[in-house]
Design a protein around this ligand. Structure first.
Ligand SMILES: C=C(O[C@H]1C=CC=C(C(=O)O)[C@@H]1O)C(=O)O
Length: 407
């Protein structure tokens, strides 16, 4: 594994010479890291950056154009934007051109990374909101299906882990990458002495030239230690009416948004089942050819976001239900993280299975799609299992799937 000398500034040109996890060895506080099945990126500093007024598609497009123009005018040979886009269009996005960027091919070695365990004995954990509140929110959503146009809403909750001191983002990310080598792993500064770190399984969009690929996930079940029970769960998910409906709403919305943007769009007949460390998910891969090759990966992502995988359907009703029922600000959780180069190529993954790292605490998030037929306890268990990805990486043995937990 070749390392990056942390005492040297990174070279400013992109290079494919680094070993992917070597880039991770070079991660310093404040750096930006993104790895996918297509690429590994390590960005240092921000030569040009923009905190947008909102996250509407036009605002994001204007901001990206301005960043590329400035970078080129100042002689940057090959600028790449990295960034975080919030869940809510009314919130601000953070886009920046790193001062220096290293790029490597995705890791295929299968060699696990070694990192020291975190010292967690003094950590205190508080659910925000309490599991009971979450179950009530799911019950309220179920009544909305009978009285409004709402068909699906994704409801989320969080755990606040009081750490007392900053935790080591590099060690955390190494553990995440070891657990989820196939996913979209990231650590990006949010611009407020905090960073967002996660291991998302969900690709909103990848653009490679004219080609776009989307991989929506929705409809899930926690995995089980016992291999037979684990397989039984995957088989059950494949034919679960509730989960297939939940999934279909996401695919329909993405197809409706992509169709006008594409010459061709291939839509498989039904989803497949994929696994993460902790979850089985229904998954569909859509492939299209862009009608306008000038449309960047960021513009395509903005046209799709937020999909019913993180919001619901219809969009406005779901957004209103989230505001009324959830009881916390999502910020960058269930937003987007990714990169876009000056040709428009790039990748934007959905910021799930993630946590916000603040100087004295960490906030872990998870949500679940609620449709007619969902149960409060089922969604509580699903969100608890989704949070395990981050909790496992932190070395925390905390179960949070009982509605009467008030801690
Ligand atoms: C909102 C989350 O998951 C979404 C993505 C995949 C599957 C989902 C589900 O089955 O509910 C959610 O829509 C999360 O993991 O926090």
């Amino acid at each position: 594994m070749s390392g990056v000398n942390v005492n040297q500034p990174l070279p400013s040109r992109l290079s494919l010479s680094q070993a992917p996890w070597g880039l991770l060895e070079g991660l310093r506080p404040g750096d930006a890291f993104f790895s996918s099945p297509a690429i590994t990126l390590l960005g240092r500093g921000a030569a040009h950056e923009c905190q947008t007024a909102d996250a509407r598609p036009q605002t994001l497009d204007d901001a990206a154009r301005a960043l590329f123009d400035t970078a080129r005018r100042q002689g940057h040979p090959d600028p790449v934007i990295m960034g975080l886009i919030p869940f809510d269009h009314a919130d601000s996005a953070r886009l920046f051109v790193p001062e220096a960027l290293l790029r490597a091919a995705p890791d295929t070695s299968g060699v696990p990374l070694v990192s020291a365990p975190l010292e967690t004995s003094a950590f205190g954990i508080t659910p925000e909101p309490a599991p009971g509140h979450y179950c009530h929110a799911v019950e309220s959503a179920l009544t909305l299906f009978d009285t409004t146009a709402l068909n699906k809403v994704v409801l989320a909750r969080s755990l606040r882990v009081q750490t007392g001191a900053p935790i080591d983002a590099q060690a955390l990310l190494k553990r995440l990458v070891s657990i989820n080598p196939q996913g979209y792993n990231f650590a990006l500064p949010t611009g407020k002495a905090e960073s967002l770190v996660g291991a998302s399984p969900e690709l909103l969009i990848r653009r490679e030239g004219h080609r776009v690929i989307a991989n929506p996930l929705a409809g899930s079940i926690p995995r089980h230690r016992d291999p037979q029970e684990d397989q039984r769960r995957a088989d059950g998910l494949r034919v679960s009416d509730k989960d297939l409906r939940e999934h279909a709403l996401v695919v329909e919305a993405i197809v409706a948004a992509l169709r006008p943007l594409c010459h061709t769009l291939e839509v498989p007949e039904g989803p497949e089942v994929i696994a993460t460390d902790r979850m089985w998910h229904l998954s569909t891969t859509l492939e299209g050819e862009l009608a306008d090759p000038g449309m960047t990966s960021l513009a395509v992502a903005a046209a799709l976001h937020p999909t019913p995988a993180v919001c619901g359907a219809p969009w406005q009703d779901a957004h209103q239900a989230i505001e009324a029922l959830e009881g916390f600000e999502r910020g960058y959780f269930t937003g987007l993280v990714g990169w876009c180069d000056a040709t428009g190529d790039g990748e934007w993954a959905i910021t799930i299975r993630c946590a916000e790292l603040a100087p004295d605490h960490v906030r872990v998030f998870a949500g679940a799609g609620v449709v007619p037929g969902s149960s409060p306890q089922g969604e509580l268990e699903e969100t608890a299992a989704k949070m395990r990805t981050m909790l496992d990486a932190m070395g925390l043995d905390y179960e949070d799937d009982k509605p009467n937990t008030t801690a």
